[in-house]
Design a protein around this ligand. Structure first.
Ligand code: APR
Ligand code: ZN
Length: 309
């Protein structure tokens, strides 16, 4: 039976230092990257909030529903009906990613520090921003559960388009629904595949209704060996990514780093009901991981990363 750490951040740090904790698994979501300036999806001011109905070429009925239902509910329908203007909505994010507009946060670096200490067994990330890779983390330890923006291919013939070529076409062919880019075209035109000419070129991201990478399902069984699961910056509302929290063994400690409690419907318990769940509290991911870094004595690791100081 593993030693029972106290169910708080200090107890988690003790457990991490004790030598009894040998395998750490992590699940991150958009809240890990908000510190870099990338909005999350469901917080007030997040991406779904910014998707005002008039921005999206939707039917009047869909626009009406968007005003009542949470946008992401309507978006799922639109994804399923292949009506969602994905490239228009993600144009600023795609072009910002190409310009390396966003830098890895302390949260991304903390996962790299876990790898340096030989503790990280796998990082499941729901994010497509690729910021994890700026830390030099071993790519084979990362599972991009919802794909990644960095790879672009034709859904018709599989042609892999270089990301920069794709961005050049997004800039010239995709209208800017947020009206921040005066050079953007007034209307969108297709991005056709140079090999088969089909207008099916898109980033290899997993949209609602599409299947996750097969390795995700193979890796779920490894979670049974986790001593600690860290869940950071995710509302845990999207399945099957959220099922990660249920695949760990009953005595595996779960550290939830999220501004608000999440995952109660998945069995995560808070306060006096908690028996193996630790909540870092109403703090940001970066604040929580900075506290952990201090408790672990890993400050020197941070000092080496100039843009964090
Ligand atoms: N620190 C701590 N928590 C944060 C921070 C922060 N700096 N910023 C945001 N959060 C929390 C929010 O309170 C919210 O609970 O992170 C969570 C982010 O939730 P979502 O916006 O739903 O993002 P995510 O869980 O990653 O969404 C999952 O939904 O739309 C799909 O494909 C998309 O991968 C995405 C999936
Ligand atoms: Zn093609």
């Amino acid at each position: 039976m593993k030693p029972r750490p106290s169910l708080d951040l200090a107890g988690t740090a003790e457990f991490l230092k004790s030598g009894a904790c040998k395998s750490v698994y992590v699940l991150t979501g958009a809240g890990a990257s908000t510190g870099a300036g990338i909005p999350d999806f469901r917080s007030p001011g997040g991406m779904y909030d910014s998707l005002r109905p008039e921005l999206i070429t939707a039917t009047e009925a869909q626009r009406k529903r968007m005003r009542m239902d949470p946008v992401n509910v309507v978006m799922k329908d639109m994804f399923f009906q292949n009506q969602f203007p994905y490239l228009e909505v993600r144009r600023p994010f795609i072009l910002g990613t190409q310009q390396q507009q966003w830098k890895a946060t302390l949260t991304h670096w903390f996962m790299r520090f876990l790898e340096e200490e030989g503790l990280l067994k796998r990082l499941f990330t729901q994010n497509i921003d690729g910021l994890d890779y700026q830390t030099g983390i071993s790519p084979e330890l990362v599972t991009n559960v919802h794909g990644s923006l960095a790879r672009v291919s034709c859904e018709g013939c599989g042609y892999e388009m270089p990301f920069d070529d794709f961005c050049a076409q997004v800039r010239t062919n995709v209208k800017d629904i947020y009206r921040t880019d005066p050079t953007a075209p007034a209307e969108s035109s297709n991005i056709n595949c140079p090999r088969c000419n089909a207008p099916l070129v898109k980033p290899n991201t997993v949209l609602f209704g599409s299947s996750l990478p097969s390795e995700f399902f193979e890796q779920l069984d490894d979670l049974n060996g986790a001593d600690l699961l860290i869940v950071a910056g995710t509302s845990l509302v999207v399945s099957p990514a959220n099922s990660v929290v249920m695949y760990v063994a009953k005595d595996c400690l779960r550290l939830i780093v999220n501004k608000e409690p999440v995952g109660q419907d998945l069995g995560i318990r808070y306060g006096k009901d908690a028996t193996r769940d630790v909540w870092a509290g109403e703090v940001s991911c970066d604040e929580a991981f900075l506290d952990l870094i201090k408790m672990l004595g890993w400050q020197d690791k941070v000092r080496k990363i100039k843009h964090l100081l």
